[in-house]
Design a protein around this ligand. Structure first.
Ligand SMILES: Cc1ncc(COP(=O)(O)O)c(C=O)c1O
Length: 366
């Protein structure tokens, strides 16, 4: 048996007619930049999350950058984030000239620990940027509470959690700003790069709309120094076609995760999702001391795996100048040594999941 990790091809085949039509409509219209599909998508995405405004943009990375720029964060400022995430989160903080300040993670959810955020706040802190890792929202209520005490904005890096629920609300609408990614392998992906920022603050929304097009407020009048971060119309068309199927796909992902939990609970550390939230399962990540051996054995059985993430950000060469070292964030360090992601997509079948579980059992001699 050969297992597909994200199975994007199956998804395309299933919705091919609608997606092809949507793409051809853009091709026929020749409105490749900022065509009407962009604002249609923004309205639908805002409606989906419950945030008032959505600004579609060129990637999840640029969504983070637009948020930080909108808040005027720059040199001399500190932004608190997690060391256990994809590089873009801390990278964009550094890109605007601010310093990423890390706070360790919770050992069950792998999301930033609100108590550790409190300890990391200084008089230079300008924002808090939690990440809703693997599809499960961070503890946003506790984080918002810590932030409110110091009047700090919270930017949720929701690149992996679009569609996830938290205490009856949806990821991307849980704080001042929420940023997501539509990278193809994300739970809701387009066919290239894409992203979006969400907010219910009209001033921030207006500013980000302008920052996205070189700080322009009228044609060739530039109020801010911005960036070129528009989403391509074709990507908006793909997302509009796929959005219709997304609620069903979330359900299927949750069923796959439930089946994995059932099959693997006694073998490895399976993911923990808190009772007050859901995950959209961007990744299904397990932990085991013998991760490398498991990966090798699964590979032999035709089962692809990945590690998200093998090295926490405070130990990355590019962040050496921040002065962190091994032992500074023990939970993130321990998790990064044992974590691994199994194939996850809405189309995994029960026989495939049983095959993966059997291969894992064999790898561990059980
Ligand atoms: C947590 C996190 N933040 C940011 C990004 C950046 O998104 P993009 O690849 O769309 O720039 C990603 C995705 O790759 C991510 O997983």
């Amino acid at each position: 048996m050969k297992i597909d990790f994200a199975n994007l091809n199956m998804q395309y085949k299933l919705y091919k007619k609608e997606i092809d039509e949507a793409i051809h409509e853009v091709l026929d219209s020749s409105r490749y930049i900022m065509g009407p599909q962009i604002s249609e998508l923004e309205k639908k995405l805002a409606g989906f999350t419950g945030a008032e405004f959505c600004i579609a943009c060129s990637s999840g990375t640029d969504a983070l950058l637009l948020s930080l720029m909108a808040l005027d964060i720059g040199p001399g400022d500190e932004v608190i984030t997690t060391p256990f995430t994809f590089i873009a989160t801390a990278e964009m903080i550094a890109h605007v000239g601010a310093s990423p300040v890390f706070a360790d993670i919770d050992q069950e959810t792998y999301n930033i620990d609100p108590a550790k955020i409190e300890q990391a706040i200084t008089d230079k802190t300008r924002a808090i940027m939690p990440v809703s890792l693997y599809g499960q929202p961070a503890d946003m209520e506790a984080i918002n509470r810590v932030a409110a005490q110091k009047n700090l904005p919270v930017i949720e890096d929701a690149a992996q959690s679009f569609g996830a629920e938290y205490k009856g609300k949806l990821s991307c609408s849980l704080s001042e700003l929420g940023c997501t990614s539509f990278f193809p392998a994300k739970p809701l992906g387009c066919y290239g790069d894409g992203g979006a920022v969400f907010t219910s603050d009209s001033e921030l929304a207006l500013k980000m709309e302008s920052l996205r097009v070189h700080g322009q407020n009228e044609r060739y009048c530039h109020k801010y120094i911005g960036i070129g971060a528009r989403m391509d119309t074709i990507q908006a068309a793909v997302l509009l076609a796929k959005l219709k199927h997304y609620p069903k796909e979330i359900e299927l992902r949750q069923q796959v995760a439930g089946m994995y939990n059932f099959l693997l609970d006694d073998l490895v550390v399976t993911p923990i999702v808190r009772d007050d939230r859901t995950s959209v399962w961007a990744q299904y990540s397990i932990r085991h001391k013998n991760r490398d051996l498991i990966q090798d054995e699964l590979k032999k059985a035709g089962i692809p795996t990945a590690v998200h993430y093998p090295m926490p950000l405070h130990l990355q060469e590019c962040f050496k100048y921040l002065g962190y070292g091994p032992g500074d964030f023990p939970v993130a360090e321990a998790v990064s040594e044992e974590i691994m992601s199994l194939p996850m997509n809405p189309f995994l079948t029960r026989p495939e999941l049983e095959y993966i579980s059997k291969a894992l059992r064999q790898a561990l001699g059980k």
